[in-house]
Write a protein that binds this ligand. Structure first.
Ligand SMILES: *Cc1c(COP(=O)(O)O)cnc(C)c1O
Length: 382
């Protein structure tokens, strides 16, 4: 192990303004709960995304859970979800005791395949059991084919939850990622493009629904001076201190997107002539925040495997990882129904087999990125 500072996939990158908002909360003794920073972050996040309303909560996972509650997902219901994602997209389905059905990706965006979705919905309809919701994930900042996916869901009358935890600041046909479904979800976890140390948001044009989400997120207290409850609630609201960090981070979001895109371009240019290296595409008409630089490494063509690259980088104290392991391959979802892109052609299996994520943090220096590139190049020479 070298003594160099570890280079992470994505680590928190503060702007310097966070303390100002935190200090304000201290000065007003508005530490918790809620308060000016929570209201401010909700307004600023809604404005940034050009959507009616935002509710900030303790995590992206909590936001997905609330979206499922708002759509009345219950025991014996089914919910469709992208298979190639982080487990947090699908876990809330299990919290509700509902049954997930997993949908494969397509190659243009690595996200939900409209073909597989249409097949799955047609079969569900024939069985008389349409899902209560479809959770569409935007992987590594790249928007899914939202027009196609929303059109299919509309045709079956099923609402979309857009898991934009990784795609804050990205756009699809000029509109902000996360604003295409009935609900959108963002995450401010420590490794995301901006962070509050931990947090998330639910966004929607439906203000009434978001009002209800705030109610559910504060223990579902009925309007009474005594504590009265008629529904299950949660303790999911973001604190006023944490929201202060978010306000300062949101101010620099566009800079962070620009930096991550530059990092992606530098990797792509460095390996432009390398056979077997295929960088994650960017669908025409979309702009990815390039949260993580992802590529596939075909060992036959490249003469080196993804595993060898990860191991060599790790030996130099550089973090690299495979792409997410699809949910249909996880022990947790053993026996769950899965719809591949086409019969006998599972795109996410292949992306998982060859997919590699490289360090992409916006606070990574040029020299650090050069180290990553040089290390991979020296492996390729061997
Ligand atoms: C990070 C992430 C989440 C969950 O967000 P948390 O804030 O960590 O709970 C959900 N979905 C995807 C795709 C993510 O990457």
């Amino acid at each position: 192990m070298s003594n160099n500072k570890r280079i992470f996939l994505s680590s928190p990158h503060m702007s310097g303004n966070e303390q100002k908002y935190i200090q304000e909360a201290f000065d007003l003794n508005w530490i918790a709960p809620l308060g000016n920073n929570v209201d401010g972050l909700e307004r600023e996040l809604a404005d940034y995304n050009a959507i009616n309303d935002a509710a900030v909560v303790v995590s992206g996972t909590a936001a997905i859970h609330l979206a499922l509650r708002l759509l009345h997902v219950d025991l014996d219901d089914t919910v469709f979800c992208s298979s190639l994602t982080f487990v947090a997209s699908a876990n809330p389905i299990l919290y509700q005791g509902a049954t997930p059905v997993l949908i494969d990706s397509e190659m243009d965006t690595w996200n939900m395949s409209p073909l597989a979705l249409e097949r799955a919905l047609s079969e569900a309809k024939a069985d008389g059991k349409l899902p209560k919701a479809v959770i569409v994930v935007n992987l590594y900042g790249q928007s899914a084919k939202m027009d196609e996916l929303v059109e299919i869901c509309d045709a079956f009358g099923v609402p979309v939850i857009e898991d934009a935890a990784e795609s804050l600041g990205s756009t699809y046909k000029g509109k902000k990622s996360g604003t295409f479904g009935r609900f959108g979800v963002f995450s401010f976890n420590g490794n995301k493009i901006i962070t509050t140390s931990g947090g998330g948001a639910l966004v929607s044009n439906d203000k009434e629904a978001l009002k209800k989400s705030r109610f559910l997120a504060t223990q579902a207290r009925d309007a009474a001076v005594h504590y009265q409850h008629s529904e299950i609630g949660y303790n999911y609201r973001m604190s006023n201190i944490v929201a202060g960090i978010g306000r300062a981070q949101l101010e620099v979001l566009d800079d962070r997107v620009a930096k991550r895109r530059a990092i992606f371009e530098k990797y792509r240019e460095a390996f432009a002539d390398q056979p077997g290296f295929d960088f994650m595409p960017e669908l025409e008409g979309t702009k990815s925040n390039r949260w993580l630089t992802a590529l596939t490494v075909d060992p036959e063509q490249a003469g080196i495997s993804r595993e060898e690259i990860i191991e060599a980088l790790n030996n130099k104290n550089i973090e690299a990882r495979p792409v997410w392991k699809p949910m249909h391959m996880q022990p947790l979802f053993d026996g769950v129904k899965y719809y591949p892109h086409e019969e006998g052609n599972s795109v996410s299996d292949r992306l998982f087999e060859y997919g590699l994520c490289l360090p992409s943090g916006s606070n990574m220096s040029d020299e650090q990125q050069d180290m990553v590139i040089d290390e991979i190049k020296s492996l390729l020479k061997k």
